[in-house]
Design a binder for this molecule. Structure first.
Ligand code: ATP
Ligand code: MG
Length: 569
């Protein structure tokens, strides 16, 4: 393609509304334009990259046995009511009604749609396993659409659904998808990690998030410094820490005036934080109080707390009245003296503490010599702690490290969650009716483009990995008004095209500086410069965007040399 035919209006200034690099650079590179909050037009350069991402995804899904379909984006409310998710999805769902007042939604995901399709079609185990996928726009009225394509309200997703006759089959499908995702992100040239993830509201068995490592990521990842364990911080399991056994002393109430935080209490009583117990009071959406206790130097992982209770979906900080009604005093809480019947969750590590300090459920007072194994009654003991740098890896015990990443894809086993509520069955080898066993697998295609930029950029612009660059190589005649330069550039450009390279000829009559700046901003992996030296001395310059290295060669060698360099970019 010729740059004179390319619609890519670049901007010199960074738009004020864009906070993260990918958003800023996509706007500046003329890749996207905003229509409304979380809604964007993909301009030609972005669409070229998106098509490359979609092709890689498509090839890997097909290779793993997936079959591409296209389901309607507009979905009838009835199927969502059957699974109960019409109510659960809440405000994140875009709802529309037709001229007859019938309710629909714009698909945020397609479990209901695909399962009702299959329940009416698949009759026998002989039709299984089955993997169906699509690549299309999804709609979620996110509470905080932000960071450009990272969290849009309309975004492109690949969603695949697997149907198997039993758990074993489901696990095989899961493994195939896990491997396919590994191939997808490897082929795109991204640094990524599959991490054990929480299943969230979707329910079911196990799950991995494929995270692209980048500082701007919203996912905190814990990974082992020694073995290959990696998990999202929400999911990361923690080993119980056993304190050195001590003789249990008698419980004693002490005055702690105005010490509302555990740090202040520890300071006041001159205790290390590891000798204290801190409280977090939650309320479920139904208003039920849940009290959680961890060691003073630890933090509560509210996802782990949510997962302990079947009926809780989200937790909020508790109101003081709810705490008082349960016999507690905010800022001075412990499980001792809390009304029976209150949900009290204690981290397993706390139960191993000796002679610790905890609230006395009385204003300005704490207990010392608290021995949870002796003093805590009617409590739920579980791992409810948030992992932090230096904690022991749950697999090998070595210290974990923390890093940040962007969730680009997620794989889930669903089991029979949807086939049960939607009555999707088949007849097995013995003619017995059984529920289909499912899995679901998403890749955020548009988010992946943003994630690739977050991971690959510098002060001058984007640095595309070759596989997903809008163009692999740009040929720049320094002065396009100079016939000799332009025709030599064209010759090289044609040589690249003939050999299958995805090349752009920057034939614009602008100053060289402008064209170089645009090339760096848009981030083509390789730039070939054709200036007076190319014409007079037969020396063409090839410049690698990522490291700035240059290679000089003759015009006859240029195309071949470029193709060779591209292999490693
Ligand atoms: P998140 O926790 O970031 O909201 P999710 O768990 O809701 O993501 P899934 O339902 O698993 O996401 O969707 C599959 C993939 O779609 C995600 O891994 C992500 O890459 C992408 N995705 C989800 N929500 C958005 C969004 N609002 N904008 C862009 N991509 C998204
Ligand atoms: Mg979400």
């Amino acid at each position: 393609m010729r740059a004179t035919n390319l619609y890519a209006p670049t901007l010199r200034e960074t738009p004020a509304e864009a906070e993260v690099r990918s958003h800023q650079l996509m706007l500046r590179a003329g890749m996207i334009r905003k229509a409304a909050g979380g809604l964007y037009t993909y301009m030609p350069l972005a669409w070229r990259t998106l098509k490359k991402i979609m092709n890689i995804v498509r090839e890997e899904m097909d290779a793993a046995g997936g079959q591409e379909i296209a389901m309607p984006i507009v979905q009838p409310s009835e199927i969502w009511k059957e699974t109960g998710r019409w109510a659960v999805y809440g405000d994140e769902m875009f709802r529309v009604s037709d001229r007859h007042g019938r309710e629909f939604c714009l698909g945020p995901t397609h479990e209901e749609m695909v399962t009702t399709l299959i329940r009416d079609e698949v009759r026998s185990y002989k039709q299984l396993p089955l993997m169906l996928y699509q690549i299309q726009n999804k709609y979620r009225d996110e509470i905080r659409p932000r960071f450009g394509l990272m969290r849009g309200r309309e975004f492109i997703m690949k969603d695949l659904y697997s149907f198997d006759k039993d758990e074993e089959g489901m696990n095989e499908s899961y493994k195939k998808m896990y491997d396919a995702y590994t191939n997808v992100f490897t082929r795109m040239g991204l640094e990524f990690r599959p991490v054990e993830a929480d299943n969230g509201a979707i329910g079911g068995g196990h799950s991995h998030e494929f995270t692209v490592l980048a500082e701007a990521g919203e996912s905190n990842i814990a990974y082992c410094s020694s073995c290959d364990y990696a998990a999202s911080d929400e999911k990361a399991e923690l080993k119980v820490i056993k304190a050195e056994p001590e003789e249990m002393k008698e419980l004693q109430k002490v005055s702690t005036p105005d010490a509302h935080t555990i740090e202040k209490v520890a300071q006041y009583l001159r205790l290390p934080l590891e000798k204290t117990i801190k409280a977090v009071a939650f309320q479920s959406e139904k208003g039920e109080l849940i009290l959680a206790f961890v060691r003073g130097d630890h933090d509560v992982n509210d996802v782990k707390v949510v997962n302990l209770f079947e009926d809780a979906i989200e937790l909020h900080m508790a109101e003081d009245e709810a705490i008082t009604a349960a016999g507690g005093v905010a800022g001075f809480m412990s499980p001792i003296g809390i009304k029976e019947g209150t949900k009290v969750v204690v981290d397993a590590t706390v139960m191993e503490m000796y002679n610790a300090c905890a609230g006395a459920n009385e204003k300005d007072a704490h207990f010392i010599n608290v021995n949870p194994s002796r003093d805590f009654k009617n409590v739920i003991v579980a791992d409810i702690r948030m992992i932090k740098e230096g904690d022991a890896c749950p697999h090998c015990g070595a210290p974990v490290k923390m890093t940040r990443g962007i969730e680009a894809g997620q794989v889930f086993t669903l089991g029979t969650k949807y086939s049960k509520s939607l009555h999707a069955t088949f007849l097995d080898e013995n003619g017995k009716e059984k529920l289909l066993v499912m899995g679901c697998y998403g890749i955020g295609v548009s988010r992946t483009m943003a994630a690739a930029i977050e991971q690959n950029n510098d002060e001058n612009g984007i640095i595309w990995p070759r596989a997903i660059a809008p163009f692999e190589v740009v040929v720049v005649p320094v002065n396009a008004k100079d016939e000799a330069q332009l025709s030599l550039a064209e010759e090289i450009y044609n040589g690249l095209k003939a050999n299958g390279a995805d090349a752009l000829l920057d034939d614009r009559k602008d100053r060289a500086g402008v064209k170089f700046k645009d090339a760096d901003l848009i981030g083509y992996p390789l730039r070939i410069t054709v200036g007076p030296k190319a014409v007079n001395e037969d020396t063409v310059e090839l410049k690698i965007r990522r490291n700035g290295e240059t290679v000089i060669c003759s015009k006859a060698e240029a195309a071949a040399k470029a193709l060779e360099l591209l292999k490693s970019l």
